[in-house]
Design a protein around this ligand. Structure first.
Ligand code: HEC
Length: 312
């Protein structure tokens, strides 16, 4: 279906026009401050594992965030986890353990842009996703998800999500802990809190947004966005745009959306503190077989954060 949409748009000449207008608006990244973000292969290290059986569990529960202990150690962690020696039941032979990305942000009066540049190294073809070679995702927390403020994507990664140790044959997606009636070491299962409690969580901003670029070398990028709440679900229509080039083994990917993208999207305003984290699926992988970063704080215009997004 994705392919046919793409073919249809191309046939109508719309794809060309769209990438033209997006290219007009996208920043010139050469003068924008960049930060290095290491993404590593996390294996089956779930939220429930990090809270219980993991060496940092006690200190994390006492208030120390993941990034505070782990930033700088991602390469070693990825090498260990991808090897299958720890927290990984189905290692992919020959897969690199980590990816180094250069990350930049900028905004103008209408839009925020994020730019990632990285080489994915020599990736074996896992054949899990036949449509896309690579997928680049940014998770965005508007501040209403305490678990993500402290642990980025781990706030949504559970022991019983698809392919995780307690999933059985379930295809359960990522979800946020407080949407579940009972959370155990094995995850939250499918029993949700009552509808009024769910509605209250949602109204209080307890959900995560994601922006995704779906990529094949030599083809225009496809954008998707969505929300993680009681499950992960794509949001339509798509508010995010994606552009990408692949040259000499290096991906250069820009995602953007309007600062105010309407109902269901985190409003992006100056001075507010956000949490972002990144994921890259490389080598035709799907679901949990990605690289992830630890959490980073983000603020527009000025303030104290890992990323201070300047206005161009
Ligand atoms: C107090 C420090 C601390 C905090 C906070 C912490 N960890 Fe750890 N974590 C450790 C230590 C120590 C190890 C074992 C690493 C080793 O033996 O070299 C570890 C191991 C891991 C591993 C397995 C890879 C490995 O190298 O063994 C993962 C994955 C991990 N942590 C994820 C997280 C996540 C996600 C969070 C936040 C939810 C987190 N950690 C918070 C200290 C911490």
């Amino acid at each position: 279906m994705k392919l046919s949409t793409k073919t249809m748009t191309a046939a109508l000449g719309i794809a060309g026009a769209m990438s033209f207008s997006a290219a007009m608006a996208a920043p010139n990244w050469s003068g924008v401050p960049a930060k290095d973000v290491q993404l590593f292969y996390p294996g089956q290290s779930s939220w429930e594992w990090v809270l219980t059986d993991h060496p940092g569990a006690e200190k994390f529960r006492a208030g120390k965030d993941c990034a505070a202990c782990h930033i700088g150690d991602e390469k070693n962690m990825g090498a260990l986890l991808v090897s299958g020696k720890k927290n990984e039941a189905a290692p992919i032979p020959g897969k690199p353990g980590s990816i180094d990305a250069k990350v930049q942000f900028e905004h103008d009066a209408q839009n925020m842009y994020v730019h990632l540049e990285f080489s994915e190294g020599s990736q074996p073809n896992s054949k899990m996703d036949s449509a896309y070679d690579t997928k680049v995702t940014m998770m965005l927390d508007g501040g209403g998800v305490p678990e993500a403020n402290r642990a980025g994507c781990w706030g949504a990664c559970h022991d019983d999500s698809a392919g995780m140790p307690s999933a059985g044959n379930s295809d359960r997606t990522m979800y946020l802990p407080k949407t579940r009636a009972h959370l155990t070491r094995q995850g939250g299962g499918d029993a949700l809190v009552p509808a009024d409690a769910l509605a209250k969580l949602k109204a209080d901003g307890y959900s995560l947004e994601y922006w995704q670029a779906r990529l094949n070398p030599g083809s225009p990028a496809t954008a998707e966005n969505g929300v993680i709440f009681d499950k992960l679900a794509a949001t339509k229509p798509t508010a995010v745009t994606a552009e990408a080039t692949y040259k000499d083994g290096v991906w250069s990917v820009t995602l953007s959306r309007k600062l105010d993208a309407g109902v269901g999207f985190v409003p992006l305003v100056a001075g507010k503190r956000y949490t972002v984290a990144f994921a890259i699926h490389a080598g035709h992988t799907a679901k949990r077989f990605h690289y992830v970063s630890f959490e980073r704080s983000l603020i527009l215009d000025q303030g104290n954060a890992d990323f201070v997004v300047e206005k161009k």
